[in-house]
Each structure stands twice: as C-alpha cells, then as structure tokens.
Design a protein around this ligand. Structure first.
Ligand code: WQD
Length: 355
C-alpha cells in the first residue's frame, strides 16, 4: 500500500520538483497551495513528468491560514507524513513587510501543526533555510553552528525550527526532520518546471537568467571587495533536483528509523562566487552577461557554504549535480519559458487526473 504524503506549497519551486520525485517514488501525493499560484499549470506539468504515476496526484487551492479548510482536508484524507515547503521567502520583502511574513509563515505553520496533531499525523519534513546561520564566522557551516537570524524571513524559519524542537520535547511520538536549504538553483532537466519569480528577482540566478533572456540590461554585482578569490560573494548553490531528492531521503528516514527531531544541511558543500556563476551561466546560454559592479548589499554575508557530512551519513544523501548542470538546466527552463508559467504553453495539453 503506497504511503500518502501532503506537500504544502507543492506548486512552488522546490515543492513542485519534490512532488515529481515523490510520484516517481510511488508515493500518493496531495498538494495544497495558495489560490494565486499557477497551481493548475504547474501540477499538470508535474503529473505529466510523473508519467503513469501522475494519477496519484491530487491538489487543492488552500491557504494554511484557513484552518477549517485544513481540518476538512485532514478529515477526508489520512496522511502518513507532511512535507511543509509553503511560505514566503523574499528577504527584502520581509524587511519591508514583516507582519506579512509572520502571518504567513508562522501562523500558517502553527495551524498546520495543530491540525496534524488533532488527526494523529506526527511525521514532518520542514523546509528551513541556511539564512538561520546569519553571518557564519567560518565555513563550511555545520548543523550545530550558532544560529542568528538577520531578517524577518530568517526569523520565521528559526522560530518554526524552535517550535518543531519544542513539539518533539513535549511528545516523543513526533518524528521531525528540518532541512536547511542553501541556495536552490536549476530546474528539472525537461525544462517544463522551474523557478517562477514574480516581479524583480531577489536572487542571483533568476536575475542572471532574465539578463540572458534580454529582459534586463545587466546584472548588478553587489560587492567586489570581499575577502574571496575574486572579491565577490560566495554561496553554496544546489541543484533543485538534488534538493528534491533530499526530501525523499528525509522521508525514508522518518519511516525507517526512530529519529526524533533532527536538522540537516542540504547544499552542494561547495562555495561558488558570483563571478564564477556568471561565467558558468554564460557558457550554458552562449551569451555575455553585462555587469555593473556596485557596493555590497546590506545584510549580505561574505561566504556561506554547507558541510553536508551529516546528511550523507544519516540520510545517505549527497548532491550529485554541479554548477554546469545547474546552469544548463536553468537555461533550458528559461529558454522554453521566458516568462515562467506565464509563457505560452507550447506542449500539447494533456488531460491529467487531478481534483
Ligand atoms: C547570492 C549572491 C549576492 C543578486 C538567499 C535568501 C533566500 C534563500 C536563498 C531560501 C550574494 C549576489 C545577488 C544580484 C548579486 N532562500 N547577488 N546581484 O543572499 O545567499 O540568500 O538565499 O531560504 O532567498 O536568503 O542569495 O541569490 O540573493 O545572493 O551580486 O542581483 O549573489 O550579493 O553574494 P542569498 P542571493
């Protein structure tokens, strides 16, 4: 009997890639995501990528702050575990509008956890972020590093990590795995699902992508005086398919062990500078990316990358793709979908089973 998994935010960037891997892994999947997400388009493509297993996908438009709707869902479907990726994640937006972030990310998560308890579902994979490390004094980051959330977005992630730890301390029946994502980039190799930022992209790679598409004139490089090999910021970029597979490794751990509440870094374990990423993307797209060298972006750390020893050891998971594949797959998605899911859909539309 295949297990049933609820994926919140399953129409999102990481969520949608995770749902593809879950379906191919023979899980039954229910996705909930907010009404104004391109839910229908994304999940039709996800179901198609899952082939014969696409029939095991159902999805509903639902906001986690609508507790009665959440109650109704859990009353009619019993879930073996929940993968919680839903949440707002733009750092600068969170600084300008913290209440929006606390309302969405904190209240939404607490609603979810309360409904899970009332329906006896106590297995959770929670999407956290490397931003909880703030400005790490050394690298690579290990999971026991001091935590220092430097903005409201990061604080919502840190607060929810603490809620998870408190829940487990109060009731050891819970099994919780917290995944700290480093910098997700890339797209499914088919090019049919990928990152779909609305407005001006906050993150580096979606911005480079829009420059390569001719949607933006140049990339502003924030800071060229860091003490790094080429003086630009260094981060740990991880292919979104590697990240998706990290969620399946976490699920296996929840089902096959007596884990309590544990945290794992999901990164490539390598540091890549802004200029290194630009040149890798230029190779992938065959175009020059014009640069404007500017001052540092307030709040940016200099160098952040992960130690993934714990995930390798305990989840039997390791990232497989490198920067070249990330840029290759990101460009493949971008060139097929220059305006994300708002681009005309050239694939033949196929009826998929979904509710
Ligand atoms: C990377 C590097 C910038 C844009 C984000 C957020 C959060 C998290 C992923 C989930 C830095 C430089 C960027 C640009 C640039 N997601 N840059 N020009 O800052 O590591 O953090 O990581 O938790 O979304 O915390 O990612 O992509 O914004 O920046 O020079 O136009 O690229 O200075 O060095 P970051 P980023």
């Amino acid at each position: 009997m295949s297990r049933s998994i609820l994926v919140t935010g399953g129409a999102g960037y990481v969520g949608s890639h995770t749902v593809v891997q879950l379906l191919l892994g023979r899980f039954k999947v229910v996705v909930i995501d907010i009404p104004n997400s391109p839910l229908e388009i994304v999940l039709k493509r996800v179901a198609k990528l899952a082939g014969e297993f696409g029939k095991n996908l159902a999805f509903y438009q639902m906001d986690l702050r609508d507790k009665p709707a959440l109650e109704k869902l859990f009353a009619c479907t019993s879930f073996d575990a929940v993968i919680h990726t839903a949440g707002l994640k733009a750092v600068r937006e969170s600084v300008k509008n913290p209440l929006l972030y606390y309302n969405n990310n904190v209240i939404g998560t607490i609603n979810l956890l309360e409904v899970m308890v009332s329906h006896g579902c106590k297995k959770l994979v929670f999407s956290s972020s490397a931003t909880v490390y703030g400005w790490p004094k050394e690298v690579p980051c290990t999971e026991d590093f001091p935590l220092c959330a430097a903005n409201p977005y990061a604080r919502t992630k840190l607060f929810m990590e603490e809620v998870c730890r408190d829940i487990y301390s109060s009731d050891s029946e819970w099994k919780i795995i917290i995944l700290r994502y480093f910098n997700p980039v890339g797209a499914h190799p088919s090019g049919s699902i990928g990152e779909n930022p609305s407005g001006t992209p906050n993150n580096l790679v979606p911005f480079i992508q829009q420059v390569a598409l001719g949607r933006r004139p140049e990339l502003t490089v924030f800071g060229s005086d860091y003490s790094t090999k080429d003086r630009t910021g260094v981060r740990d970029y991880i292919h979104v398919v590697d990240l998706a597979n990290g969620h399946l490794a976490a699920l296996r751990k929840l089902f096959d062990s007596n884990i309590g509440c544990e945290v794992y870094n999901l990164g490539s374990g390598k540091g890549t500078s802004v200029l290194e990423l630009v040149s890798a993307f230029e190779k992938a797209c065959g175009k020059k990316i014009p640069l404007l060298m500017a001052g540092r972006r307030p709040g940016d750390a200099e160098i952040v990358y992960a130690s993934t020893d714990k995930a390798e050891r305990e989840l039997n998971w390791k990232a497989e793709y490198g920067i070249e594949e990330m840029c290759r797959d990101q460009w493949n998605w971008a060139s097929k979908n220059p305006f994300g899911y708002g681009s005309p859909d050239h694939s033949t539309s196929q009826k998929t089973s979904s509710s």
